[in-house]
Design a protein around this ligand. Structure first.
Ligand code: SF4
Length: 454
C-alpha cells in the first residue's frame, strides 16, 4: 500500500479545502479524506498487481513501447479487448514501428484494419504517424500538450500515452466509469482524477481503473460483483440496490398494483432502415493472372476515401430505398417494395424495375453491355447489417459475366480478384456477408477469435 508522502504540500492542502466545499452538496455520503484516498489507491493497485490482464501491449517490467500504447489505445476505442488483441498482434507484424506505419498507403492500412470497424480510426492513425515523422522525428512526444497536437490524438489517448508509456502523472478521463464515485459532480471528479494518479505508477493506476471498470464495476454491474471489488470498503453506493447502481438509465414507474418500482429504461437510438441491392459479378476467365486458371473472379471497387467505410472495397450496390416504410414492409412482399423505382433514373412506364437495370444504376459510370450478362440469380438469403444508426436489408444478386475484360475502368479503383485475393483486400463485415450470401467462399470472421463490428 502506498504511503501518502505528499500530504501537507500546498497542493494537498488546497485539495482538502476544495473537498470540504464539495462535501456540502455531495449526496451519497461523507467525502473521502486524504488518508482514505491514499488507502483506496493502494487497494486498487494491489488488486491490479494480482489481477491485471496480460495484454500484448502491456509490459509489467520495464516501460511499454509508446507506439504500441498509441495503437492499442486507438483500437480500444469502441472495440472489445478480446477483439483488439488479435488485430493488434497482426498489426504489429505488418507495421512494427511508427515509421513503418507512416510509409504505408491508406489502402494497406485499411486492409489491415478491415473488420475492426469505425474505419476513421485507421485513417487518423496513419495521419498521426505521418505527422509525427514529418514534425517530430518519427517519435511520440511525452507531454500532454505535444501529444494533443498530433492529428487524431485527443485528451484520453494523450493521457494514456503520457502516463503508460512515459510515466507522466496525468489522469486518463474516464474515472467516472467506476461507481465508487457515483453522485460526485464533474468538477469534483476532475480534481479527484488528478489527485488519485499514483506518482510512482501513473500508467498502472490508469490501467487499473480501466480494468476494474471493464471486469468488475461494469455499466451492467452484476449481482455479487461488489463482493469481489477491491474498492468495496470505500464505495458509498455498494449498499444500495443493484438497480440504483447500474449505470444504464432507470426510472421510477408504476408497475401493476402496489408500490412504485424502479425499472431499467434503455434509451433507443433511432435506426433508419434501408433497402439495398448488391451485385456480385462473377467471371471465369482463363486468361487472367488472378488465381488458378478457370477459378471464378469477382468484381470489386474501392469506395471514395471520405464517408462511411471510405477506402474499403465493395461489390457494386445501390440503396434502393433510404427509409423503408415499416408497415409496407410487413404488408407487401419484399420483392414488390424492391421494385419501386428510385429517383435517379428513368424507368419503364409500368414502374417495374428489373435487376439488370438496378445493376446498371449500381455500376454508375461503368458500362456493362447486355450481351455480357449470362445470368442474374437472386440469393435466397437476404443479408441484414446494422451500422450505428442504419439497418440495411440487402438483396444479393449473383451475376455471371461472359468475360471479365468487358468491365474495367483502368483507374485502379476497381478490379477483378480471385477468392484468395478477396480474403486479403480491405472488406467491411457487411461486404463479407454479401459475398458469402452469393456463394463466395469467405469465412464469417476475418481472424479467428474475433467478433468484428462495423
Ligand atoms: S463496490 Fe460495487 S459499485 Fe462500488 S466500485 Fe466496487 S463494484 Fe462498483
Amino acid at each position: 500500500m502506498k504511503s501518502d508522502g505528499a500530504r501537507g504540500s500546498p497542493v494537498r492542502r488546497d485539495l482538502k479545502c476544495k473537498l470540504k466545499k464539495e462535501n456540502e452538496t455531495y449526496s451519497t455520503g461523507t467525502i473521502w479524506d486524504l488518508e482514505e484516498l491514499g488507502r483506496l489507491r493502494g487497494a486498487l493497485l494491489q488488486w491490479y498487481d494480482a489481477e491485471a490482464r496480460q495484454l500484448p501491449w502491456r509490459q509489467r517490467n520495464g516501460r511499454p513501447d509508446p507506439y504500441q500504447v498509441y495503437v492499442s489505445e486507438v483500437m480500444l476505442q469502441q472495440t472489445r479487448v478480446s477483439t483488439v488483441m488479435v488485430y493488434f498482434s497482426r498489426w504489429m507484424e505488418r507495421f512494427p514501428t511508427l515509421r513503418a506505419l507512416a510509409a504505408a498507403t491508406e489502402e494497406e492500412v485499411l486492409q489491415q484494419w478491415a473488420g475492426l470497424g469505425y474505419y476513421r480510426r485507421a485513417r487518423m492513425l496513419l495521419a498521426g504517424a505521418q505527422w509525427l515523422v514529418a514534425h517530430h522525428g518519427g517519435e511520440l512526444p511525452s507531454s500532454m500538450e505535444e501529444l494533443k497536437r498530433v492529428p487524431g490524438i485527443g485528451v484520453y489517448t494523450a493521457g494514456a500515452i503520457a502516463s503508460i508509456a512515459f510515466g507522466k502523472r496525468v489522469p486518463c478521463p474516464g474515472l467516472d466509469r467506476l461507481n465508487v464515485w457515483k453522485g460526485a459532480g464533474k468538477r469534483y471528479l476532475e480534481m479527484l482524477a488528478t489527485e488519485l494518479v499514483d506518482p510512482e505508477r501513473p500508467g498502472d493506476w490508469n490501467q487499473a481503473v480501466f480494468d476494474l471498470g471493464s471486469s468488475v464495476c461494469t455499466p451492467q454491474l452484476t449481482q455479487g460483483a461488489c463482493e469481489a471489488c477491491p474498492l468495496r470498503e470505500f464505495c458509498k453506493v455498494a449498499h444500495l440496490p443493484i438497480e440504483a447502481i447500474q449505470r444504464v438509465p432507470y426510472s421510477v414507474t408504476e408497475v401493476g398494483e402496489g408500490a412504485p418500482r424502479m425499472q431499467r429504461h434503455m434509451p433507443r437510438a433511432r435506426v433508419r432502415r434501408e433497402l439495398v441491392h448488391a451485385f456480385v459479378l462473377v467471371a471465369n476467365d482463363s486468361n487472367s493472372n488472378e488465381g488458378k486458371q478457370g477459378d471464378p473472379l469477382y468484381f470489386v471497387r474501392r469506395r471514395a476515401s471520405d464517408g462511411l467505410l471510405g477506402g474499403l472495397w465493395e461489390v457494386p450496390n445501390i440503396v434502393v430505398n433510404h427509409s423503408i416504410d415499416e408497415e409496407r414492409m410487413h404488408a407487401e412482399p419484399l420483392g414488390q417494395v424492391a421494385r419501386t423505382p428510385s429517383m435517379h433514373r428513368q424507368y419503364p412506364a409500368n414502374g417495374v424495375v428489373t435487376a439488370s437495370e438496378r445493376l446498371a444504376e449500381a455500376l454508375a459510370d461503368l458500362v456493362l453491355p447486355p450481351w455480357a450478362i449470362v445470368s442474374i440469380t437472386q440469393s435466397p438469403q437476404m443479408v441484414r447489417h446494422l451500422f450505428t444508426h442504419i439497418r440495411q436489408d440487402i438483396l444479393v444478386f449473383r451475376v455471371q459475366i461472359a468475360i471479365s475484360n468487358v468491365l474495367s475502368d483502368h483507374t485502379g479503383t476497381s478490379r477483378w480478384v480471385s477468392a484468395t485475393t478477396l480474403r486479403d483486400v480491405g472488406l467491411s463485415t457487411q461486404m463479407r456477408k454479401v459475398l458469402r450470401a452469393a456463394g463466395v467462399p469467405l469465412s464469417r470472421k476475418r481472424f479467428a477469435g474475433t467478433d468484428p463490428k462495423d
